[in-house]
Design a protein around this ligand. Structure first.
Ligand code: ADP
Ligand code: ZN
Ligand code: MG
Length: 357
């Protein structure tokens, strides 16, 4: 009798490697604009109320650097353990769009204020300063509206190295950065209000030695959405690679659709050359060690979230969830500490913490 061979087919899915780098913009909570004396008020509802010739780009109007905005970025740089540049300058990033009537945004290119540093175990590339753009509204009918209140608001941009490997890590990084910015009191960093905006750069590769083609996802309004967008892209790109359609992954900018919980193609990505960056001749170069007392700024930094977590655990022995409530709500944490100082007894402190939280 012939032996019948049973053949078992099985599919071995290859291993795929995800790489993520984030670009985060945060509006600084300075009193005035980046280059003008207009009030910086994110809650102003009257359109085109906080505007002047500088932030409306009238010809001949001259910008003046907001020293407090530079100081805030230096503080962030010190808090993340980055290198504060000695020399720094502002550049013109040229592009045409109704929300930027000068036809360039004042930003920084070659000499960012901060290089390196780390947040939540994620290495940073740089932190620089620029001006926010106006806001356009396109859904009113057959015309668009532009509101210049936001134009010229100081905007910090932080770029991470491509060293994040999961959606969860990306979300955590964003949450930790938000805590840090709030702790330093440099930005409200509210994602829903657009005061903190996260752009997700993501690629998937079947070769651990090589990065895959990167796409950039914009319009992300929450940390949850950062995670969901990353998961969506990982699935989309992995499936394309798995089906041998890797060539359909193109370098592009995609948008996040919160209703559909999916990303969609917006435009192919421009290169740095397209912006023709050059130093803004209207602004002075800065030597930060001369313009600021950097060691004094460093000495004046508040206790940072991670340090506070460790101290609260050691000093009070309270639950991690309790500690997290005090990290998120700085005032509540200070109040708890005051009570703990009166109580002294560890059990009493734990009870008080239960009661407070
Ligand atoms: P671009 O010139 O397209 O803006 P950058 O080199 O400035 O690209 O990087 C922008 C962001 O994309 C950074 O956060 C970086 O870490 C991230 N990044 C770069 N290459 C990749 C990649 N292959 N996959 C995922 N993220 C990447
Ligand atoms: Zn102005
Ligand atoms: Mg870039």
């Amino acid at each position: 009798m012939k032996k019948r061979l049973k053949t078992v087919y099985f599919w071995v899915m290859k291993e795929y490697f995800t790489t993520i780098g984030l670009e985060v913009h945060a509006e600084l909570n300075t009193k005035t604009g980046m280059f003008c004396a207009c009030k910086n008020d994110p809650d102003e509802k009257r359109p085109n109320w906080n505007v002047c010739p500088v932030c409306m780009a009238h010809p001949g109007a001259l910008p003046v650097i907001n020293k407090k905005a530079v100081e805030n970025v230096i503080k962030v740089g010190l808090a993340v353990g980055g290198t504060i540049a000695d020399f720094t300058e502002f550049d013109r990033k040229n592009y045409f769009y109704p929300d930027i009537p000068k036809a360039y945004q004042i930003s920084q290119y070659k000499y960012p204020i901060v290089s390196g540093g780390e947040v939540a175990g994620v290495k940073l590339t740089r932190i620089h300063l620029e001006e926010d753009t106006a806001t356009s509204t396109h859904d009113k009918g057959d015309y668009s509206l532009v509101d210049f209140n936001r134009s010229g608001v100081p905007l910090m941009e932080l770029v991470t190295e491509p060293v994040i490997h999961s959606s969860k890590e990306a979300g955590n990084f964003g949450r930790e950065l938000q805590l840090l910015l709030r702790c330093l009191d440099v930005s409200e960093a509210n994602m829903e209000k657009g005061q903190m905006r996260v752009e997700l750069n993501i690629s998937v590769s079947d070769d651990p030695e090589k990065f895959g083609t990167k796409v950039e996802v914009k319009n992300i309004n929450s940390f949850r959405a950062v995670e969901r967008a990353a998961e969506y892209e990982i699935k989309r790109m992995t499936e394309l690679l798995e089906e041998g359609r890797g060539n359909e992954i193109v370098q592009e900018t995609r948008g996040w659709d919160e209703n559909k919980q999916s990303t969609f193609s917006q435009r192919s990505k421009e290169n740095a050359q397209d912006y023709r960056y050059f130093p803004d001749p209207d602004l002075p170069k800065l030597v930060l060690s001369e313009a600021f007392d950097v060691p004094k700024l460093e000495a004046g930094l508040p206790e940072l979230p991670e340090a506070k977590r460790i101290r609260f655990a050691e000093q009070f022995g309270i639950k991690d969830e309790d500690i997290e409530s005090y990290i998120v709500d700085i005032e509540l944490g200070a109040w708890f500490e005051k009570i703990a100082g009166i109580l002294k007894n560890k059990d009493a402190i734990k009870n008080a913490s239960n009661y407070i939280t």
